[in-house]
Design a binder for this molecule. Sequence first.
Ligand SMILES: [Mg+2]
Length: 436
Amino acid sequence: MGNWTRRGFIGSLSGAAAATALAAQETGGAEKRKSNGSIKITDLRCAIIGKNPTVRIVTDQGISGYGQAEGVKTYLKPMVLFYRDYLIGEDPTDVARIMLKIRRMGAFKPWGAAVSAIEIALWDVAGQAAGLPVYKLLGGKIRDRVRVYNGAVRFPMSGQTPQDYAEDMAKMKAAKEGFTLIKQAIGFHNPAMMKAIPDMWYDSPARSGPAHMDSGLLTESGLDYILSCVEAMKKVLGDEVGLSLDCGPGWTVKDAIRFARAVEPFHITWLEDIITGDYSPYPNAQVFKQVTESTSTPIHTGEEIYLRENFKDLIETQAVNVIGPDPEDVGGIAELKWIAEYANLHGILVAPHGVFDGLFGVAAHVQMAAALPQNYIAFEYPIGQPDWWYDIVDGLPDPIVNKGFIDVWDKPGLGISFNVRAAKAHLSDEDRTFFD
Ligand SMILES: [Mg+2]
């Protein structure tokens, strides 16, 4: 990304002046820019590429910024375009001013995703305009490499016995990414496990509807079965690789406490969303607090929560030990950083969610995680789905993950870009003009 002597000089200028000076150096002249260095948004577009809603902010200066939403939200396009009129004509480098306009018009997962993807795309523009990686605009690096956990790297299960879970962990442990922390779905977060034996809990599974709707009191044999699977996984991982468990939502308070205490000898990294979470449109701080105060096992929640205001009770009452906002749902990367800083003041750790966040999500996570405070554990690693995503994005390291970490890159903006010619081949007819 150029030499630091040059950056150092430009870094001493004000934002707009630096952007103009840098653009003049990088392009050999400022012919593509207006003489006063201003930059304006001319369009906001959204295409569903593969399954990931992909946002493009188009500017009058030849710079485009990209952001993505989770690959399970293929319906998001109209929600993104809803904000178009609020963005046109704005200076995309005034990210905070634009966010004041649009953050009020979002909601908990899945509806905060549109605002979040736009925020990330704005930072991509701002970074490119300044000639700086986004982590510099977020306050600069705390770390040169960021830890990730397996997230979207999963293997098909051969069955639902404790032995099957042990074998799955052996495959995870041997994965080429060399993860130092692995998460597994159990309990109500894992419907297949909940069908492994009869009468796992005192109710029957929902017959249809969205994922993770089940809830209720576990039977003694049900709780013991879940524990036996955890014990089998832990035996394989030993003390070399951390194990966290995505549990719910849907557990009763007393089952959650019984379970959290029973796994204390296993040094579990965290129990996720055991009370509420996933798509619960509320954070239940008081109830989480009962569980958290009853065990030494760390309790985690937050992937569905939108905006810092909705983390206030969880953090101020110290209702959980770890929060897991997703930058593509919480309102973006600067929003998540603010929440992480506030959590840090209260002795709470942060492990951002991200399983479906796509490759632009990987870039956004890396830029953000580089600048998060020291309460950062790891982010949940997304993969490109389908595989051709790796052919249409330039700038990612190869391999991306090395011994469980990603080295933070220094290219301007998010530091990755579309190979437009290759990407165009994967656009639907409806999105044909996305890159034009
Ligand atoms: Mg989860």
